[in-house]
Design a protein around this ligand. Structure first.
Ligand code: PLP
Length: 395
């Protein structure tokens, strides 16, 4: 037998499995609500005008493709930091925040996980129950034991806050807590501002290490509103890691643009952290790609493109909210109460549909995740009535 002959087939990615089944479906009216991307009202992934205009600027001044520094494009890292923490924040003023460009939000999480493993090898990681399915795999692949903390309450379709707080308070000092900064994936259930106050207090008092994952900034209440929780953690003091992604907010999925920011207790400590982050990047992929970082940096630092981006992102946010509203009112008209969908935030909804109901929907060529997660951004003015009729049939 050769080295490879005994290797097992790896388990299938559940969401990619849906895509495969969807692609194989011959029904021309099939609908995929299992996706993790924003579709516009035409059912297409948009190319934002701000991105197109930034690319025109870049093409007008062709540049050689040299290597970027290990930590990425300086203008990008600065713009990201100011977006995430605000330029006037103490962490930026005191040079306590370090930011490295990363290969999407996933790459940022992986750099953060590898970094933490070097300096907190015995810590355990806690993720929400449920969480984005790659969180567990990413931290396990970095060598951590990964545990769940209570999060979703199926009975209320909201957060089991008492359970979450109790779990936070029971964690050992030094434990790493992964939190969704906004627009929780997969449930769509976020904490209130008052609940965040209690979470920050519990994390500070317990000596825990918060790692905020912000993949949907701007899809909740707004860019500044969604980022507020990051700034509150930064102000609370203590170590902090923040991964952010522009995959969704710039509709730049395939360019892989994200960043990892780490907050230190002093500028001198920050310099040491940066040197170690660079070491992690260097041994993973040496340095990040150029194009996506340049596009995002150009948009964020050119006032009229920045305004255009904010308007376009607001358009995506508003359209999702309209789809939530239509979903609730149209099901209500058929006698079904889904009012909770209106209160959920971001691209996703834990719809409460059971695995059996999801299977029955699939028989009608409507695809969702077995857990009942639907992507609200995959609904549009032309497919919503078909979806509502199909759901009403399986209820
Ligand atoms: N974190 C969460 C919660 C996500 O939902 C996603 C993407 O779906 C990511 C991180 C990864 O983002 P990216 O596609 O930029 O790697």
């Amino acid at each position: 037998p050769s080295l490879f002959s005994a290797i097992d087939m790896a388990p299938r990615d559940p969401i990619l499995g849906i895509t495969e089944a969807f692609n194989a479906d011959q029904n021309p009216n099939k609908i995929n609500l299992g996706v993790g991307v924003y579709y516009d009202d035409n059912g297409k992934v948009p190319l934002l005008s701000c991105v197109q205009k930034a690319e025109e600027i870049l093409i007008a001044a062709p540049a050689p493709r040299t290597y970027l520094p290990i930590e990425g494009l300086a203008a990008y890292d600065k713009a990201v930091q100011e977006l995430v923490f605000r330029a006037d924040s103490a962490v930026i003023q005191e040079k306590r925040a370090v930011t490295v460009q990363a290969i999407g939000g996933t790459g940022a999480l992986k750099i953060g996980a590898d970094f933490l493993k070097r300096f907190a090898p015995d810590a355990e990681v806690y993720i929400s129950d449920p969480s984005w399915e790659n969180h567990r795999a990413l931290f396990e692949s970095a060598g951590f034991k990964v545990n769940n903390y209570a999060y979703f309450d199926a009975a209320t379709h909201g957060v089991n806050f008492a359970g979450m707080l109790a779990d936070l308070k029971a964690m050992p000092r030094g434990a790493i807590v992964l939190l969704h900064a906004c627009c929780h994936n997969p449930t769509g259930a976020d904490l209130t501002s008052d609940q965040w106050t209690e979470v920050i207090a519990a994390i500070t008092a317990g000596g825990l290490v918060p790692f905020l994952d912000m993949a949907y900034q701007g899809f909740g209440a707004g860019i500044a509103e969604d980022g507020a929780v990051v700034r509150r953690f930064a102000e609370a003091g203590g170590p902090l890691l923040v991964s952010n992604s522009f995959s969704k907010s710039f509709s730049l999925y395939g360019e892989r643009v994200g960043a990892l920011s780490v907050v230190a207790s002093s500028g001198e400590e920050a310099a040491r952290l940066m040197s170690q982050l660079k070491r992690v990047v260097r041994t993973n992929y040496s340095n990040p790609p150029v194009h996506g970082g340049k596009v995002v940096a150009t948009v964020l630092t050119t006032p009229e493109l920045r305004q255009l981006w904010e308007d376009e992102l607001a358009g995506m946010r508003v359209r999702i909210k309209e789809m939530r509203e239509a979903f609730v009112t149209k099901l209500a008209a058929k006698g079904h109460d889904f009012a909770f969908v209106r209160d959920q935030i971001g691209m996703f909804s834990y719809s409460g549909l059971s695995k059996a109901q999801v299977e029955q929907l699939r028989a009608q060529s409507i695809y969702a995740v077995d857990t009942g997660r639907i992507c609200v951004a995959a609904l549009n003015s032309r497919n919503i009535d078909v979806v509502i009729d199909a759901i009403a049939k399986v209820l």
